[in-house]
Ligand binder design. Structure first.
Ligand SMILES: NC(=O)c1ccc[n+]([C@@H]2O[C@H](COP(=O)([O-])OP(=O)(O)OC[C@H]3O[C@@H](n4cnc5c(N)ncnc54)[C@H](OP(=O)(O)O)[C@@H]3O)[C@@H](O)[C@H]2O)c1
Length: 321
């Protein structure tokens, strides 16, 4: 039994090493000009979001860090300003687990900022719990909060020429499943204290990210705004902060050895933000700075449309609001 486990562990390690090498070799070469453009990055205070913000600020974009924790946001903004020399990095409070907060963020942003060129739906978590509005926290934050945010900002994105929406999903979407009946009855796509339960809810929320992008692209046809979903690789960040102690003991050494650093993990997001000529791939999924074919679950237009309608209903968002 021990030998089987060791062999499986070695196989998994080898596979991860191979995939991570591919990611390490892929770099964003996009050169779309960023000076004078305005970018929102949700969860830009740490991890992949922070690395993305650093690069975009360095290229001259006005960067708005949309974060739920004021102290962390202020620290990140100061750090990015110091490193890049940019004076155009600000933060605004946004808790994606609260419709009230999302609406208030959008209202303040639309009042204060004249343009929006790039919305990066980056924030995410793997955790157990409920949002302020009673939704399962992973569905509520990873999908629903971003769904509402994007809809409230879409008009401003459309006013400029060629805005983009980049949404962080994950390879975990492949194991996701959407049970609409359970969603409408319980307001979640799985919950529970055990790690496997909230990992399963995480996969479901990441499938939502992919399907949201698929349907958004359909709705945006004929406009100049495009959208993309992203798998960033397996990256050493704070994403596992809420998992149990024994998983941390297991994950930590592997993370140190094999996981990508956040700057490398930000490359595919940056590719979707900066690469010229990817507009025909609107709605598609990117990994390793290239388009990746989705599994059938990720390209089910009927489920994507149903998810859109249910999400509108759950957010209290009619097509005119
Ligand atoms: N790391 C990976 O290997 C990996 C793989 C595939 C996909 N992803 C995706 O990449 C994205 C970025 O994750 P990461 O790895 O950089 O994780 P991270 O270091 O934990 O960063 C996540 C960010 O999301 C923010 N956030 C969480 N809940 C929020 C809420 N309710 N409102 C606003 N912001 C909130 C966090 O804010 P606080 O700091 O205040 O908590 C943090 O800034 C996520 O969508 C994740 O699913 C990551």
């Amino acid at each position: 039994m021990l030998y089987v486990l060791l062999a499986l562990g070695a196989l998994l390690g080898f596979y991860l090493l191979l995939v991570q090498t591919l990611f390490k070799g892929s770099k964003c070469h996009g050169k779309l000009p960023m000076a004078g453009k305005t970018v929102i990055i949700t969860g830009g205070n740490t991890g992949i979001g922070r690395a993305t913000a650093l690069r975009l600020a360095g290229l001259g974009a006005r960067v708005v860090l949309a974060c739920r924790n004021q102290d962390k946001a202020r620290e990140a903004a100061c750090h990015i300003q110091r490193v890049t020399g940019s004076t155009d990095v600000v933060y605004m409070l946004l808790d994606l687990g609260s419709f009230r907060s999302v609406r208030s963020f959008a209202e303040s942003f639309l009042k204060a900022e004249k343009r929006l060129d790039l919305l990066i739906n980056n924030a995410g978590l793997v955790a157990h719990g409920r949002t302020e509005d009673g939704f399962g926290i992973e569905f509520g934050v990873n999908h629903l909060g971003h769904f509402l945010l994007t809809n409230l900002l879409l008009e401003r994105l459309q006013e400029g020429g060629g805005g983009r929406v980049v949404t962080l999903s994950s390879i975990a979407y492949r194991w996701g499943h959407i049970d609409f009946q359970a969603l409408l009855e319980r307001k979640d796509l799985g919950t529970g204290w055990f790690s496997w339960q909230f990992f399963s809810a995480y996969c479901n929320s990441k499938l939502c990210n992919v399907l949201f992008t698929l349907h958004l692209a359909k709705r945006l046809q004929g406009s100049k705004v495009t959208c993309y979903s992203v798998h960033p690789g397996v990256v050493r960040t704070e994403l596992s902060r809420y998992v149990g102690l024994w998983q941390k003991v297991f994950i930590e050494p592997i993370a140190r050895l094999l996981f990508l650093d956040p700057a490398t993990g930000a490359q595919t997001t940056l590719h979707c933000a900066l690469q010229e000529g990817i507009e025909p791939f609107s709605g598609r999924h990117f990994s390793c700075c290239a388009v990746e074919e989705l599994t059938p679950r990720g390209r089910d237009h009927a489920v994507a449309q149903r998810l859109w309608e249910v999400s509108e209903q759950l957010c209290g968002l009619s097509s005119t609001s």
